[in-house]
Design a protein around this ligand. Structure first.
Ligand code: AMP
Ligand code: MN
Ligand code: MN
Length: 342
């Protein structure tokens, strides 16, 4: 893997940067984009953020969130861009339709923390041990000049870290993560206000949708697997938006004894988006790979074409067969026995 000096050299030797992240942008995507944007500004460069999808409202408090451009409203000439920077994407398809612009940019820097990363850039900085791309951007900034870190940048990086670690609850959290989070709090950020903005601004339709989704909750006979469904009808009936879906799968994961949870949802463009979460050693990234998806060992997803019921049956039977095949009746061998661990 390349080191930060090689990235810094490219940042210093060029002027015009186009930054993007994955479709359905999350806190790590936007937080890392904005932190990098502010750093490049401080280095007297010309950065532009361009995303396919609109930002979820929960991130509108982030400094610079009004500076994000959307593909729909913008026509960026790739010839005016020296370097494209892709954040938090395991493969280039994850950037969605902005690929039409990025494919014509000569130099692409790929910064990511997914194990399944395909090293699609001209420069690839992929660190699987990082909890988030936010953690990597922090290290990059520190390697350039720690004094560049200010309240705005720290707020963005803290957001990236808390959203990708489930507020420091997931297995991707290391002592390094806490060290970085601690350092960020020295720059005047207010962690409780950041958390409030992200987690305590549910909408009424959003909570109604959660209620509808929970009515579909099912578990398998051993209670190790739980699943939920969200249809377009449920979204229409409750008047909820797609962004209100964020976090619903995590409620299914909180069930005692459940090790793997799945959310099947109909997307606006008639596809079926499947999200997987696991609490223990079952690698959902590997499993999602069977359906051309990916992600992390404990959080992954895939996008399928077809009827929701058929896809649900196919994925569930494959999963239940897989865990049986692995001998999952012997739970301790394949899943974390948390009672023993703590
Ligand atoms: P989600 O279920 O959308 O919250 O995604 C969980 C994790 O899986 C994130 O790290 C995503 O980057 C990754 N992921 C989701 N969908 C896909 C996909 N179709 N291909 C690759 N990675 C994905
Ligand atoms: Mn992400
Ligand atoms: Mn991430």
């Amino acid at each position: 893997m390349i080191n930060f000096d090689e990235i810094t050299k490219v940042l210093q030797e060029n002027n015009n940067f186009l930054i993007t992240s994955h479709i359905n942008l999350d806190g790590d995507g936007i937080g890392s984009e904005l932190a990098l944007y502010f750093i490049l500004k401080k280095l007297n460069k010309k950065p532009i953020i361009l995303n396919q999808d609109r930002l979820s409202k929960i991130y509108d408090f982030l400094p610079g969130s009004d500076k994000v451009n959307y593909l729909e409203d913008n026509c960026i000439n790739p010839k005016s861009i020296d370097v494209g920077i892709v954040l938090d994407c395991s493969n280039i398809e994850r950037i969605g339709k902005t690929y039409e612009i990025f494919k014509n940019i000569k130099t692409i820097i790929n910064i990511d923390h997914h194990k399944s990363n395909e090293n699609f850039g001209n420069l690839n900085y992929v660190d699987y041990s990082a909890s988030s791309v936010g953690e990597i951007i922090y290290e990059l900034i520190k390697s350039i000049d720690t004094d560049l870190l200010d309240e705005k940048i720290s707020t963005c990086l803290f957001t990236a870290i808390i959203t990708d670690t489930g507020s420091f609850r997931y297995s991707n959290v290391s002592s390094k993560t806490f060290g970085i989070a601690s350092h960020l709090t020295y720059n005047g950020i207010k962690p409780h206000l950041i958390a409030n903005n992200i987690y305590n601004r549910n909408t009424y339709p959003g909570l109604k949708l959660l209620g509808e989704a929970l009515l579909t909750l099912e578990i398998n006979e051993t209670s190790y697997v739980s699943w939920l469904i969200i249809t377009r009808k449920m979204l229409n009936d409750t008047k909820a938006n797609d962004e209100d879906i964020e976090g619903i799968i995590d409620v299914a994961t909180t069930l005692n004894n459940v090790e793997i949870s799945i959310l099947f949802r109909e997307t606006k463009d008639n596809k079926i988006k499947v999200s997987f979460r696991s609490k223990g050693n079952f690698n959902v990234n590997k499993f999602a790979g069977k359906f051309k998806g990916g992600g992390h060992p404990n959080a992954a997803g895939c996008l399928c074409s077809g009827k929701l019921d058929e896809i649900k049956e196919k994925i569930l039977s494959e999963l239940l067969n897989d865990i049986k095949h692995l001998g999952y009746e012997n739970k301790n061998k394949y899943f974390n026995n948390r009672k023993d661990n703590y």
